[in-house]
Design a protein around this ligand. Structure first.
Ligand SMILES: Nc1ncnc2c1ncn2[C@@H]1O[C@H](COP(=O)(O)OP(=O)(O)OP(=O)(O)O)[C@@H](O)[C@H]1O
Length: 352
């Protein structure tokens, strides 16, 4: 991730205080000319280039209050750049970004946005409690320090110096800073990196609670299983463009492909053929992936086959047509991770 601006206090880039910690109480009053009325976030044809690199390419999207939205994409897809634009840390080359109908900076100044960014050091020489207190003091609509510490599960380490924390503890502190006040939009850049399983579960429970209270939550992540479990809506970015936008179920369905697994006993594989089972399986129609490993079904030597197909019915039908007799046949939909790989790989192939 390339975000250059810190959360509270440490060296800042173009818009220090981007965590909703700016002292101003400026109103988010101007009309939302560009986006849909009532949107938490509205991007209209937003483009951002760094020299030759088009990081964000004509992005149009609206996020709504109460939505938990995952932003996915391979390395360099433009996730951090999108979050930077949303937080007013960078200006678009063209297009408009509106947050609650106003500029990102005004929305932040009004305390409507809390952000947990990945990069940038936290102040080290202060205790956790002091840092959280500072964030609360700076927030126009602060929560009580003790409540913020408790919600982030860092009460036990509140008197520790920030530069003595583990990676996972530091993440929790960043989370506390992002939720120091009643922000209406919470922006999280790879929030659970470095957290253990328990911390992750507690973190997402807290985030769900925030969304239930009507807040919009937007998080960039590489953990697709988290996106699948937590997000109401999934955005897939690829080379700065929005490749898919829908529920996790819709994204999986859109990927089209399904997984097929079965065992192929040597005795059932048609010994008359000169070709190996793998060579013969490669003839199957609609195949997008094939793995054949030596295994068997317990009823004799053979192979375990896993494949992906864009038309599982036709592929399975053709299996029998090849004279193969699969055992323990299973057909299942793709997980979000596999769907993501299929969608982005198809786009790579299309634009190659
Ligand atoms: N300050 C910069 N100067 C030049 N190029 C940049 C800059 N920041 C980002 N880029 C480029 O813009 C593209 C998008 O980068 P960005 O960091 O937004 O992607 P990302 O989806 O967050 O990636 P990752 O998952 O690897 O963190 C990449 O090609 C990156 O190299």
């Amino acid at each position: 991730m390339t975000t250059t601006v810190n959360t509270v206090g440490a060296a800042a880039g173009p818009a220090a205080g981007s965590t909703g910690s700016a002292g101003s109480t400026g109103r988010a009053g101007s009309a939302n000319r560009a986006g849909s009325a009532g949107s938490a976030v509205s991007f209209q044809q937003v483009t951002k280039a760094y020299g030759e690199v088009l990081a964000v390419d004509g992005l149009t999207l609206d996020l709504h209050p109460g939505e938990t939205v995952a932003l996915l994409g391979p390395n360099g897809a433009g996730k951090s750049s999108t979050l930077d634009l949303l937080l007013g840390l960078r200006r678009p080359d063209s297009g408009t970004v509106r947050v609650f109908g106003t500029t990102p900076r005004d929305a932040i100044a009004a305390g409507r946005v809390g952000a947990m960014l990945q990069s940038g050091g936290l102040m080290g020489e202060v205790t956790v409690r002091e840092l959280v207190r500072l964030a609360c003091e700076l927030h126009p609509r602060p929560y009580r320090v003790s409540d913020v510490l408790a919600a982030a599960d860092i009460t036990r380490i509140a008197d520790r110096k920030v530069d003595k924390l583990s990676g996972g503890q530091e993440q929790r502190v960043r989370f506390a800073l992002a939720t120091a006040g009643a922000s209406d939009l919470i922006v999280l850049d790879e929030p659970t990196t470095g957290m253990d399983v328990t911390a992750r579960q507690a973190f997402w429970a807290t985030m769900r609670d925030q969304a239930d209270r009507g807040r919009a939550v937007l998080f960039a992540t590489h953990y697709l299983e988290e996106a699948d479990a937590v997000a109401d809506r999934v955005l897939v970015l690829h080379r700065g463009r929005l490749l898919a936008d829908g529920t996790a179920a819709e994204i999986k369905a859109r990927a089209g492909a399904r997984k097929v697994a079965f065992d192929l006993l040597d005795a059932d594989a048609g010994s008359a053929s000169r070709h190996s089972p793998e060579q013969r399986l490669r003839e199957l129609p609609f195949l997008t992936e094939l793995t054949v490993s030596r295994g068997g079904a317990g009823a004799g030597p053979g192979h375990t086959v896993r494949l992906q197909s864009t038309d599982a019915d036709a592929t399975v039908h053709a299996l029998y047509g090849l004279g193969l007799h699969p055992r323990n046949l299973e057909v299942a939909g793709l997980g979000l991770e596999q769907a993501f790989v299929a969608i982005t790989a198809a786009e790579e192939a299309r634009t190659a």
